[in-house]
Write a new protein. Structure first.
Ligand code: URA
Length: 176
């Protein structure tokens, strides 16, 4: 299930350039969920192609995983103005699309606070849950959920980069 090209289910439609649809392999069973498209994503229509996306791709490839080995998506498919966090209302409006992307998967990786709030209802600090095993429901099924740092948080923090690498190793070992 995808948003229509003229989707106006929430107010993000007013300032977006493009809707940013998932990228990668939907049959991999592994879905990475970020927060929302940024400027580069809004211009290109592809998720995680800006600065944090390039770092994510590099950290993945250093562990022998390519972005085309997994499905990469966001909680909302349109860029929030000024890169603010998406609101709960915007996430709810976009949720049917996210649900359809994750409902057949074996594992979902929640990239950062917004994804963990939207998918697991988690409101605390990321460092308390990173790389723990959780379960979420989508399409009436239980799906494994692994929270990790958002790649943007890895830009300036070696600790976060190390934790992110651990996430990729877990995914590679158990799900790819
Ligand atoms: N940050 C996100 O959360 N998603 C993107 O697609 C790009 C940057």
């Amino acid at each position: 299930m995808r948003p229509s090209p003229d989707c106006s289910l929430c107010s993000l439609c007013r300032e977006r350039t493009r809707i940013v649809l998932p990228d990668g392999d939907p049959s991999s069973g592994v879905v990475f969920v970020g927060e929302a498209p940024g400027e580069t994503e809004d211009l290109t229509g592809r998720p995680f192609v800006g600065r944090s996306g390039k770092l994510m791709e590099r950290m993945m490839s250093e562990e022998g995983v390519s972005r085309s080995d997994v499905l990469i998506t966001n909680t909302v498919k349109c860029r929030p103005p000024g890169n603010r966090d998406p609101t709960p209302e915007e996430m709810v409006a976009c949720r049917p699309f996210l649900d359809s992307e994750i409902c057949g998967s074996r594992v979902v990786v929640g990239l950062g606070r917004s994804a963990c709030r939207d998918l697991a209802g988690y409101e605390g600090r990321m460092k308390d849950i990173v790389n723990t095993r959780m379960t979420i429901k989508a399409g009436g099924r239980d799906i494994a959920f692994i929270p990790t740092f958002h790649p943007a948080a890895c830009i300036y923090s070696r600790e976060s980069r190390e934790a992110f690498r651990m996430t990729i190793r877990m995914i590679k070992r158990e799900f790819l």
